[in-house]
Ligand binder design. Structure first.
Ligand code: ATP
Ligand code: MG
Length: 317
């Protein structure tokens, strides 16, 4: 990218306070409070109809919230405040392009409407999203994924401090998704802030530093991904039925009584004891038992972020 120095990102790049929006009698946002730390990739996660697009439309001034405040890059933002949007790039649902113009000319038209992009920037962003070879084709002949790539290129054109992307992976093939992830991580590493919505948990798990989970227009959880993974981490051990009571006592002493339970019922989970600790502590769990002469016949670890997401959003995702 042309920009040389990575600017110091603001402590909070984007925040909402009590953001509320209804469409007629349908409430879409019900007092949403978001805090997006600067220089991070923030994953805005929620099932269909949760209010992600509505939030993003408010954030970039496309619709006016009924109440609540928005702060963009450290300053209050109202829907009429277009000046500061120059530092914000956005991609919202299927972006509109002129079908009879080439991808490159579409970007030049977009570049001509705001602050002029740096010299060579159009070709740079086309390269970045992998469209260089098709830059001179009419957009009318682009595939869905190519149009999505062009939308991301358009959002990047002004080299914004804050990038707001609504489901950017829509229509991208696996290689496109990997490349996009790389681009967004690269931007965050250079002090930009990336706010990206998705209804697909694994996508956000692989991309985000901080996660906000919403449903029914409310924030259900927000925090560093690392912490959510820790909270939902577990180690499972299997011991013989005779060893189970003693193993359970030892593990309760190790992790606390609330953090240990036995999988009841029949089948695969029979005889397994679950300990709610970070997956990286599997070795310690094993050692606690082995030191008492109890040898696990099975050991596994992982996290239940998906379970948490589904339970928070009542399985609607
Ligand atoms: N233009 C509109 N008119 C009326 N209701 C709307 C409109 N746009 C959204 N809604 C409603 O507002 C709620 C939130 O919709 P929104 O599009 O923000 O969800 P979303 O999280 O982006 O979902 P998806 O994952 O499907 O994109 C839904 O109940 C939806 O039906
Ligand atoms: Mg949406």
């Amino acid at each position: 990218m042309s920009d040389a120095a990575a600017p110091t990102p603001p402590e909070v790049a984007l925040a909402t306070h009590g953001l509320t929006k209804s469409y007629g009698t349908t409430p879409a946002l019900v007092g949403l409070d978001l805090t997006v730390p600067g220089g991070t990739v923030y994953g805005f996660l929620g099932p269909n109809g949760a209010g992600k697009t509505t939030t993003i439309r408010c954030l970039v001034g496309l619709i006016r919230p009924d109440s609540g405040q928005i702060e963009l890059l450290g300053q209050p933002f109202t829907w009429r405040d277009r000046r500061r949007l120059a530092r914000v790039g956005a991609l919202i649902e299927s972006p509109a392009f002129y079908p009879y113009l080439s991808g490159r000319d579409n970007l030049r038209v977009i570049g001509a409407t705001g602050a002029p992009p740096a010299r060579g920037r159009v070709d740079e962003v086309l390269e970045l999203v992998g469209l260089r070879d098709r830059a001179h084709d009419r957009v009318g002949n682009y595939s869905t994924g190519m149009r999505q790539r062009l939308g991301i290129a358009a959002a990047l054109l002004s080299d914004p401090q804050l990038l707001v992307l609504d489901e950017p992976a829509n229509g991208l093939d696996p290689a496109g998704i990997v490349a996009m992830r790389g681009t967004l991580r690269y931007l965050a590493a250079r002090g930009r802030t990336v706010f990206v919505s998705s209804h697909i948990l694994p996508e956000i798990e692989q991309l985000a530093d901080v996660v906000g989970i919403i449903d029914h227009g409310r924030l259900l959880r927000q925090g560093p991904l690392e912490r959510l993974l820790q909270e939902t981490g577990h180690v499972r051990v299997r011991v013989t039925p005779g060893d189970a009571p003693a193993a359970r006592r030892l593990l309760e002493r190790f992790a606390g009584p609330e953090a240990v339970w036995e999988e009841a019922g029949s089948g695969r989970v029979d005889g397994w004891i679950t300990v709610r600790v970070a997956p990286s502590r599997a070795g310690e769990v094993n050692r606690v038992l082995a030191e008492a002469g109890i040898y696990a016949t099975g050991l596994e670890s992982g996290n239940d972020l998906e379970t948490l997401f589904l339970s928070l959003t009542a399985g609607r995702a």
